[in-house]
Ligand binder design. Structure first.
Ligand code: LER
Ligand code: MN
Length: 273
């Protein structure tokens, strides 16, 4: 397994569980702390300098573990289930562009569908889910050449009302070849009976993991049992990234330091696998 952390490519974000600030400074620190990769949350995929990003990643020797997209929802209201058709089409274009960027910058080629799935907006859940499937199918059809894997992330009930539990997400991962589950330990502490059992339930469908404590601080600053989480991930044969998506307190430096130290305690002997 490999370790990353989530970085926001925008200073003005309302999302609190990310690292923000000078990309050079953060890449430098992450490299020194032993991170393998960085997950970048991109608010607008039409507004980034892909070549510049690529050379920065190369310069510091960090992989792009995934592109996350929640800031498109928070900054521009991008939603794959938006009740307005125009807005849905805009969201689909965003995701096709994310996929193109991901396929050029990342050998893993993962794009997260987190908050940008949207909300029910008063519609029955079945209707919103149908709309989500329609949008997803259009994205999949148009990204066949890019080969991107889309990571559907169960998110707790206080942030969305579509796909909260692991069960909700398993259904989608079963249906579509290029959809996998992003299991976020923080959301699972709210939605699942046991975040540890959620790993076993999602099993082979897990494509990516977000790591944060029950209080959304870095691993090691809360109540979760990281030894058990890593044992469960090993038990299902998971070999991908664990990406720390945590509130940068008391500082982002400390969050990054404690987070990787906690995970390494249980991963270190196997990090090269
Ligand atoms: C994103 O990964 C996430 O966990 C959400 O709570 C916010 O986007
Ligand atoms: Mn997450």
């Amino acid at each position: 397994m490999r370790i990353a952390a989530v970085y926001a490519l925008s200073e003005e974000t309302k999302f609190e569980a990310v690292v923000k600030g000078s990309l050079d400074k953060i890449l430098n620190l992450m490299r020194d702390l032993g991170y393998d990769g960085i997950e970048i949350n991109i608010p607008n995929p039409f507004n980034i300098d892909v070549n510049q990003l690529s050379s920065k990643l190369n310069e510091y020797g960090l992989e792009l573990s995934a592109i996350s997209t929640g800031l498109s929802y928070l900054s521009y209201g991008i939603s794959l289930t938006h009740s307005s058709k125009d807005m849905r089409e805009k969201a689909i274009k965003f995701f096709i562009k994310y996929s193109e960027i991901s396929s050029t910058l990342s050998k893993y080629n993962y794009v997260v569908i987190g908050l940008a799935r949207g909300k029910c907006e008063g519609r029955p859940k079945s209707e919103a889910l149908k709309t989500l499937r329609e949008s997803l199918e259009k994205i999949l059809e148009n990204t066949e050449d890019y080969g991107t894997i889309f990571l559907i992330e169960p998110i707790n009930r206080y942030e969305t009302d579509i796909i909260n539990t692991i069960e909700d997400s398993i259904q989608l991962a079963r249906e579509y070849r290029r959809v996998k589950i992003l299991l976020d330990t923080y959301h699972m502490t709210i939605e699942d009976v046991s975040p540890y059992n959620a790993i076993l339930k999602a099993g082979e469908y897990i494509g990516y993991v977000h790591a944060a404590e029950n209080n959304r601080l870095a691993p090691g600053m809360g109540m979760l049992n990281w030894e058990l989480i890593i044992c469960r991930l090993l038990r299902i044969g998971y070999q991908g990234y664990i990406s720390i998506e945590a509130i940068p307190k008391p500082s982002y430096e400390e969050m990054l330091r404690v987070g990787i130290k906690t995970l390494n305690q249980y991963l270190k002997p196997r990090r090269d696998s």
